[in-house]
Write a protein that binds this ligand. Structure first.
Ligand code: TXA
Ligand code: MG
Length: 318
């Protein structure tokens, strides 16, 4: 066992060059580190190290049929793991680095632990935009498998403090890169032989992707669970959640939007991007109040509002 130093221990560390170097050493040694991205905080490990990947699953308490997203520094790193066709390259040109994950055919001999793909012939890849995550990818020289850094089924973390609260004693070293700017998990698009599918709604909308791909998405019909975003209950707070509320009962913490002010507001000016960035923080805050239930004001179902609805519906069926 390497001797732990202060930076190798758990705790929240604001990003600096020395903190990145310590995190990098930890990852190269097979450890796990909680990292900021522009979507949500991730629980990262070397994607080629089976034991490190097993530690991610253990820390999250995640059922092992859920495959993980692999974060890459650039297109060249992606091409060593997956087959990128013209459509994949066009999407990467348009949205990488950024909040888009592509599900692509896995190349034979790809250096990735079997648990990452959970036995699928495909792999989910994302090139993230957050500067601290980019610096970490460059510094460690690894591809990093990273699911959201919360206990499985819980609310996704958009601040370092959310990670600490959700993982508790199991939390590893947490790099604090500030609040996540997009605030919702990446959009997941699968490229199939006969078209493309939207496996998870997110900051890159179906309309954005269709503009690049020139055709609408195919429906997602697979009975097999490919994205836990497809599990009915996910992102769930510990309290009952009521949607489309115009007002709230005395025992409800009321999350407003636009003209409906509430106890807290996703966006007083009714801005959907701001609401997306604040959603999980607002749910974490609501969960921590002494009110027994949570109510959320109506949110328009356009643009990123669709992804907000997707997360709220799953949170409400928790
Ligand atoms: O924004 C994000 O994507 C965050 C940050 C940390 O990058 N990560 C994230 O990871 O949300 P996670 O593990 O919570 O969600 C990964 C999703 C799951 O829905 C999983 O089933 C899906 O990706 N996935 C992974 N590999 C897949 C594959 N080969 N085919 C289909 N879905 C896949
Ligand atoms: Mg998650």
């Amino acid at each position: 066992m390497p001797t732990p130093n202060t930076l190798g221990n758990s705790g929240i560390f604001p990003v600096s060059d020395s903190v990145i170097a310590a995190a990098s050493a930890r990852l190269r040694g097979g450890g796990i580190v909680a990292v900021p991205t522009e979507t949500v905080y991730g629980l990262a490990a070397d994607a080629s190290n089976a034991q490190a990947v097993a530690a991610i699953y253990r820390t999250k308490g995640r059922p092992d049929f859920n495959p993980l997203i692999v974060h890459v520094a650039d297109r060249a790193a992606a091409a060593k793991l997956a087959l990128l066709d013209d459509r994949a390259n066009a999407l990467a040109d348009a949205f990488w680095p950024g909040p888009l994950t592509l599900v692509l055919p896995l190349v034979t001999g790809a250096r990735v632990a079997a648990a990452v793909t959970a036995g699928l012939p495909t792999i989910a890849l994302r090139c993230p935009a957050h500067p601290a995550m980019r610096q970490l990818l460059d510094s460690c020289g690894l591809n990093l498998a990273a699911p959201s850094a919360n206990r499985s089924g819980g609310i996704s973390p958009t601040r370092a403090s959310h990670v600490a609260r959700s993982l508790g004693e199991a939390a590893p070293m947490i790099l604090d890169g500030g609040p996540c700017s997009a605030g919702l998990e990446s959009t997941i698009i699968a490229l199939r032989l006969d078209g493309w599918q939207m496996l998870r709604h997110g900051p890159v909308t179906a309309v954005d992707a269709e503009a690049v791909l020139g055709q609408p998405p195919m429906p997602v019909t697979s009975a097999r669970i490919e994205a836990p975003g497809q599990l009915a209950s996910h992102y769930a707070p510990s309290k009952p959640l009521r949607l489309n509320a115009l007002n709230a009962a005395a025992d409800e913490w009321f999350i407003g939007f636009g003209d409906i002010v509430g106890d807290d507001s996703l966006s007083l000016k009714g801005d959907l991007a701001q609401a997306a960035a604040r959603l999980f923080d607002a749910l974490h805050i609501a969960d921590a109040t002494d009110r027994a239930r949570i109510a959320v004001a109506p949110i328009p179902q356009t643009g990123i509002g669709l992804a907000i609805h997707d997360r709220l519906n799953r949170a409400a069926s928790g």
